[in-house]
Write a protein that binds this ligand. Structure first.
Ligand SMILES: Cc1cc2nc3c(=O)[nH]c(=O)nc-3n(C[C@H](O)[C@H](O)[C@H](O)COP(=O)(O)OP(=O)(O)OC[C@H]3O[C@@H](n4cnc5c(N)ncnc54)[C@H](O)[C@@H]3O)c2cc1C
Length: 414
């Protein structure tokens, strides 16, 4: 084990992937997660994992855990077609297949399953109920993180992987903004178990992701998660030490609209229960192909929740110190190209390599700067591409101009 000690603020997808990579490399790591436990929130929506995400997980997970990930993922193929609201094909698209990756590089997972795989083997390093509130950097090149429960932890590096509302980012890069994108999503799941449920969704709507675009930029996104083997059989066969909750086939069924298209304000929207959100979606699908309303009417009301889409605004380079950022904490993006989680996983891979070099003697600041330079390029490219596609397809607000840091201090250090 090297002398380096890494503190990660969060236990979501990016931070846990990083913890896995560091632990595999023999680097000491502690994860501080604000939730009181691993199952505190509904952790289970469908996430598409693309070649970047798969490559990252292959590099970071132990081989059996990677096999469990690949065997518990759906393989929906590479079709991403768009239809109009009468179900006439608007645009057929087939993404390139990467032969040597599982599912040709296109997998669909339940976020809860992926999170359980990412937790396996690092559980002892995760502290729950530990919300970062602030940090202090020291002359000795160490950093102390302070938590809401009154505790603190000191290490050589602090990684803020604490999601879109990152407390780490607020202190580290106060000029970095996260703004609303003008869109609301009503996310739900349609069970796909039993013949009747399977017959509900025609095969042309069961690609990797299908977008149905209606009038006034309203849209419906459809994406299946279909398993090839029950989770407990996969783990019994490959890695009995990994404990997964069972899950059944489902279709992610997401209605989206500009906020002014919804008949209520946000405070009402976020107070509604699943049945109310479903009824509102159905009322907004009037005049659409009856099969689409039928699919929405089969959503499990308990699975429906609203999302206010937000995006980061890219910022220019900052001066590197012992505190850096990863995933949504620095490059939150709209879901228009479906790569937020994949980019967080890629960050975890790139940052693990940098920290492994630091553990082997490369100056830590050099190693972190190399990570930040690379991450800013692909991370903010993804933010811009998501905003551009979201604007063109469903009326997402354009990105505002970035705010400049305070005059004369382009490299503010915190
Ligand atoms: C409905 C939906 C569908 C999506 N589908 C896709 C998809 O198909 N493909 C894709 O690539 N992306 C998708 N995304 C985006 C993706 O989920 C996020 O980009 C990804 O989870 C970001 O990972 P992260 O590790 O940065 O943050 P998160 O996974 O959000 O984790 C943040 C964690 O930090 C914790 N935390 C917050 N504050 C603190 C604090 N102060 N101290 C300690 N811990 C804290 C939180 O409890 C949470 O566990 C989707 C998002 C949504 C909402």
């Amino acid at each position: 084990m090297s002398d380096l000690h890494v503190i990660i603020a969060q236990g979501g997808l990016g931070g846990l992937a990083l913890a896995q990579g560091l632990q595999q490399a023999g680097i000491s790591v502690a994860v501080h997660e604000k939730d009181p436990g691993p199952d505190f929130r509904n952790q289970g929506y469908r996430v598409r994992i693309n070649p970047d995400g798969i490559t990252a997980l292959k590099a970071l997970l132990a081989p059996q855990a990677f096999e469990v990930f690949a065997a518990t993922a759906g393989t929906p193929g590479a079709r991403m077609d768009s239809f109009d609201h009468r179900l006439s094909l608007l645009h057929a698209q087939e993404l390139p297949v990467v032969e040597d990756l599982p599912g040709g590089g296109h997998l669909a997972v339940n976020r809860r399953t992926l999170r359980q795989i990412l937790l396996a083997g690092v559980e002892k390093s995760v502290h729950y109920g530990s919300a970062l509130t602030r940090y202090e950097t020291h002359r000795s090149d160490t950093v102390t993180a302070f938590f809401a429960d009154g505790t603190s932890a000191t290490g050589d590096v602090l990684i803020g992987a604490d999601g879109v509302n990152s407390a780490t980012r607020r202190q580290r890069l106060p000029e970095a903004q996260v703004v609303g994108a003008g869109l609301r999503l009503l996310y739900g799941k349609v069970p796909l178990t039993g013949d009747a449920a399977r017959e509900l969704v025609p095969s042309e709507l069961l690609g990797l992701w299908t977008t149905v675009i209606g009038p006034q930029w309203r849209f419906l996104g459809l994406a299946p998660v279909q398993y090839r083997e029950p989770q407990h059989e996969v783990t019994a066969r490959l890695a009995p030490e990994i404990k997964l909750s069972n899950d059944s086939d489902y279709l992610a069924c997401v209605f989206g609209a500009r906020r002014e298209q919804l008949p209520c304000a946000d405070d009402q929207l976020f107070a509604m229960n699943g049945a109310e959100l479903q009824a509102m979606t159905l009322s907004l699908l009037e005049g659409w192909h009856p099969r689409l309303a039928e699919i929405v009417s089969h959503q499990d009301p308990a699975s429906i929740f609203p999302v206010s889409v937000r995006t980061s605004v890219p910022v220019t380079a900052w001066e590197t110190n012992a505190v850096t950022l990863l995933g949504d904490a620095i490059h939150a993006m709209s879901p228009a190209i479906g790569v937020g989680a994949n980019t967080a996983l890629r960050d975890a891979r790139v940052l693990t390599s940098s920290l492994v070099e630091a553990a082997a003697g490369r100056p830590l600041t050099d190693a972190l700067r190399a990570y930040e330079d690379e991450m800013r390029d692909y991370g903010f490219d993804a933010v811009r591409e998501s905003a551009e596609r979201g604007h063109r397809l469903v009326g997402q607000d354009r990105l505002p101009e970035p705010q400049l840091p305070p005059t004369g201090n382009a490299h503010q250090q915190n």
